[in-house]
Design a binder for this molecule. Structure first.
Ligand SMILES: [Zn+2]
Length: 492
């Protein structure tokens, strides 16, 4: 971490960053967008290919319906308007991993437009506009390692060619690296909820490019932007943006000019480097793809797809807070993935008292996870385990104190609650009244002053007696039974 002198901080505060993000997301279809080849990751190179995705002359693309449905679903989840008619276009450029010499994409008539998502920043909400969501095919991959003659040659793997993608383009509404990070995190969460992609960054299912410029605060016109390409983690994107903002301000402050160019981020050095200037950038000569009809998504189809749209994370968080009385923070943790939220809700609903499940997650589980530095997905106690323990407390079979001890054992042994409960011989708290009565009789004899106070009307003194009984029974007594017996013995 580089410390920035105060003078630099003051100079930088004069400028406002303007950031727009382009995110490519691979759709989770079994086959490619224009042919029936498999999209499976990790197959031997050039085994998932056919004349269509190899770009053989005379082969014709056939649009994958599932890919369209997934793209529409993503567009809807991002609050976009779905255009009834959108057009596929050829984006022409030459690159070794692009056998056709063009990529089929969408250009001036994309599938979805005018959306937004709402990020939370410093406790406040901020809307980030989504300009468009369009469909396109992926290109292949140049390999520079892991094959025999890698030192002299580059190999091409075309398995990825024709894999369906959506590109999600944001408005330049993002004004800090932190906001960019929030935007990407929420975007990924929403896409994961819809189930249209696994958003696996290591396998290239989610990739992000960032456009960034700075301008003096209050100025309307945008500064000259640079593009940071191929950054493979959200943290690196934040770092790359931080570096690039500082670099651009330094250039401007020292009287220089920003060159419009594509830059690469080196995560080891924490710096961006110019890759190619935009003056030499391609003119893609877009034109409508003659081999494909305009894509029509009519009202009936749209309605059908809309029915598959799940409750999205923000809405779900708000509902969990309301329905189960948990904190917003915990709702955030529990909705981190749709799967976890589903597990929690299924467990809560199956339990005798759903709120107790929520309370145990919040009161007993989260703290232990935090102490052990575990994510909730790594918890030894599953949501079903929490529900089972909640029912045992609910029925009076175990006390709160026993539950805590059993949870501690679960974390020590790395085993789920029901297993530990079995191992411990299914302990139950004592409701044996004769043993408890004996304890209470002794207590009353030993504490005449407190008994007198209680009988004189100081009813809060009951707490003292309950505490003493619980202590004497080593926390095994059923508090309800203790209360009843004390009431009887002390005289109400
Ligand atoms: Zn193919």
């Amino acid at each position: 971490m580089v410390t920035t002198p105060d003078s630099t901080v003051a100079v930088r505060a004069k400028y406002e960053p303007v950031i727009g993000l382009e995110v490519h997301v691979q759709l989770l279809t079994a086959s490619k967008i224009f042919c029936s080849c498999s999209t499976r990751f990790g197959n031997p190179p050039n085994t998932n290919v056919c004349p269509v995705c190899l770009g053989m002359p005379g082969s014709l693309p056939v649009l994958n319906k599932k890919a369209v449905e997934f793209a529409v679903l993503a567009g809807m989840a991002l609050n976009c308007r779905i255009n009834e008619t959108s057009i596929f276009a050829r984006k022409n450029y030459f690159y070794p991993d692009l056998p056709k010499g063009y990529q089929i994409s969408q250009y001036d008539k994309p599938l979805a437009e005018h959306g937004f998502i709402e990020i939370k920043i410093g406790g406040a909400k901020k809307k980030i506009g989504i300009t468009r969501v369009h469909m396109e095919e992926d290109a292949g991959k140049s390999l520079h390692e892991s094959f025999a003659v890698a030192a002299e040659k580059t190999a091409i793997d075309l398995n990825r060619t024709g894999v369906p993608l959506i590109e999600i383009v944001s408005e330049p509404d993002i004004s800090s690296p932190e906001e960019a990070h929030e935007y990407l995190t929420l975007l990924k969460e929403i896409i994961l909820y819809t189930g249209v992609s696994d958003c696996n960054m290591e396998e290239g299912s989610l990739r992000c490019d960032a456009n960034i410029s700075v301008r003096p605060r209050g100025q309307k016109e945008f500064g000259t932007k640079t593009e940071i390409k191929n950054v493979n983690s959200f943290r690196f994107i934040r770092e790359a943006l931080e570096y690039e903002i500082g670099r651009q301000i330094d250039v401007i402050e020292s009287g220089g000019k920003i060159t419009q160019e594509t830059r690469l981020y080196n995560s080891h050095e924490g710096k961006t480097y110019g890759m190619r200037s935009k003056e030499q950038a391609h003119d893609y000569r877009y034109f409508p793809e003659p081999d494909l009809l305009p894509l029509v998504v009519d009202e009936a189809w749209k309605t059908k797809i809309a029915k598959q749209l799940p409750e999205l994370p923000e809405a779900r968080r708000a509902r969990l807070v309301k329905e189960y009385g948990i904190t917003e923070y915990d709702a955030g943790v529990l909705t981190f993935t749709k799967d976890l939220a589903d597990q929690f809700e299924a467990a809560a609903k199956a339990a005798k008292n759903p709120k107790r499940v929520a309370n145990l997650v919040q009161g007993e589980l989260m703290g232990r996870l935090k102490a052990k530095n575990l994510e909730i997905g790594q918890s030894p106690i599953s949501m079903q385990g929490v529900a089972a323990s909640a029912d045992l407390v609910e029925s009076g079979a175990i006390s709160g104190k026993m539950l805590k001890e059993l949870y501690d054992l679960s974390f020590e042994r790395g085993k789920d609650f029901p297993a530990v409960y079995e191992e411990e011989g299914r302990p139950v708290q004592s409701s044996d009244t004769s043993a408890l009565e004996k304890i209470i009789d002794e207590l009353i004899a030993a504490n005449p002053k407190q008994v007198e106070q209680y009988r004189a009307g100081k009813k809060t003194m009951i707490g003292f007696f309950v505490g003493q009984v619980m202590k004497a029974s080593k926390g095994q007594a059923n508090p309800q039974v203790v209360n009843e017996l004390l009431g009887k013995k002390l005289g109400l």
